[in-house]
Design a protein around this ligand. Sequence first.
Ligand code: E4P
Length: 215
Amino acid sequence: MKFFLDTANIEDIKKYASWGVISGVTTNPTLIAKEDVSLEKRIKEIAEVVDGPISAEVIATDLEGMLEEGRKYAKWHKNIYVKVPATPEGLQAVKIFKKEGIHTNLTLVFSAGQALLAAKAGADLISPFIGRLDDVCEDGMALIAEIAQIFQNYNIKSELLVASIRHPRHVIEAAMIGADIATIPAEVIDKMIKHPLTDKGIEKFLEDWEKVANK
Ligand code: E4P
């Protein structure tokens, strides 16, 4: 399973890239807005740090607008994946981008039907938002299991990217199901590495070492 970082914060991207755990980055308009920086500047900065897929989302909701924005993003760097929403226009855009050799990430996916259509249209990455489903009393992880099963049944090449992750169990359960990628917020990665028994263990080893250090 690959881990992407779900942020547009360049310091966080540098930090977790230095841990050797990040294979890509996903951004969205909300994450870019938090950084108060232009999309182009930030995407280019990210590309200098991470050598892997970097998702940049279109703002347009009409086909022509999506195509114009996506073609512009694709010129910024070879690793750009154009993120388009799971709408009829998004599917059309995916099909056209595929012909043009532009990678895509179909975002805001909330059903297996949307995921299947995205795969048929030729999306490289398909992003179901599990946390947002959990937020409305649905079962986000059940959707991941459904899509994973369908993709396995038909040997579908699109990669299943688990998005809207809220806590470490989301990552572990997605890994157990066999999802291809998890895009993880920085605070969830921090929670994944932290364990009180590790801290306690280090403390005890240091304490015991002190007893013999000067012998
Ligand atoms: C994924 O590509 C999205 O940027 C992200 O996972 C959305 O997560 P949220 O529901 O926490 O906003």
